[in-house]
Write a protein that binds this ligand. Structure first.
Ligand SMILES: C[S@@+](CC[C@H](N)C(=O)[O-])C[C@H]1O[C@@H](n2cnc3c(N)ncnc32)[C@H](O)[C@@H]1O
Length: 222
């Protein structure tokens, strides 16, 4: 048991050490694949637009949360153009510092820059129309991911949505020693979502990505 807690502590501290050394650029956020950012953002916009609007059951556009936001790549091109206010949370302070200049004048509509690990972060109850969680779930243990998703559920406004967009493995859990993360298969991700008491309302694969990287799937949860 002591060993497990130690392993867990180093799983998180190794990831923090890794990200502290990564340059605060789009290329840094995407592990050298900065060139796919536009394809990623366009796919996300089309995905999200299915849910936004004023009608019954639609997702409002007042406030969004960008989880594992980094320098705000997603906030800048996806969230700030669609939402009045966006909060950013990330464990790496240097990235959040960079976001303040990277986001430009539209960054004035950022509500909060929060430096915190998602495993410890408690989003404000009832604050968000959208909680976007991209390319970061592999940095949480299963139990922490389940607990975090549950807290996200409580942080939604009526009609609110949690979106996970991430790499999925072909089968099982594939560890990455370099950035201290894991890649899970879709079945495992779905079952963790279920444990968190959330329901998958839509799921898509991001198309047009390079063949040599993991498949990327987007899941809308309520
Ligand atoms: C692959 S980058 C993705 C950044 C952003 N989501 C994007 O798509 O441009 C992963 C980000 O997760 C952050 N991160 C790593 N572990 C984290 C944790 N436990 N809690 C919150 N953020 C974490 C890193 O600092 C980094 O900014």
């Amino acid at each position: 048991m002591g060993d497990m807690l130690e392993d867990e502590a180093s799983f998180y501290s190794n990831a923090e050490d890794y990200w502290r050394e990564v340059p605060p650029t789009v290329d840094g956020m995407l592990g050298g694949y900065g060139s796919i950012s536009s394809i990623d953002i366009s796919g996300s916009r089309a995905f999200l637009k299915k849910f936004l609007g004023d009608g019954e059951g639609k997702t409002g556009t007042s406030c969004a949360l960008d989880c594992g936001a980094g320098i705000g790549r997603i906030t800048k091109r996806l969230l700030l153009p669609l939402f009045q206010t966006v909060d950013l949370v990330d464990v790496t302070q240097e990235f959040l510092d960079k976001a303040k200049s990277y986001l430009g004048s539209e960054g004035a509509r950022v509500g909060n820059y929060i430096c915190c690990g998602l495993q410890d972060f408690v989003p404000e109850a009832g604050r968000y129309d959208l909680i976007w969680i991209q390319w970061v779930i592999g940095h949480l243990t299963d139990d922490h991911l389940v607990d975090f998703l549950r807290r996200c559920g409580s942080a939604l406004r009526p009609g609110g949505l949690v979106v996970i967009k991430d790499n999925v493995s072909y089968e099982g859990v594939v560890p990455d020693q370099v950035d201290s993360s894991v890649c899970r298969d879709l079945g495992i991700v779905r079952s963790l979502v279920g444990r968190a008491g959330l329901r998958i309302v839509h799921e898509e694969q991001q198309m047009n990505l390079p063949k040599e990287i993991y498949q990327v799937h987007t899941l809308a949860l309520r």
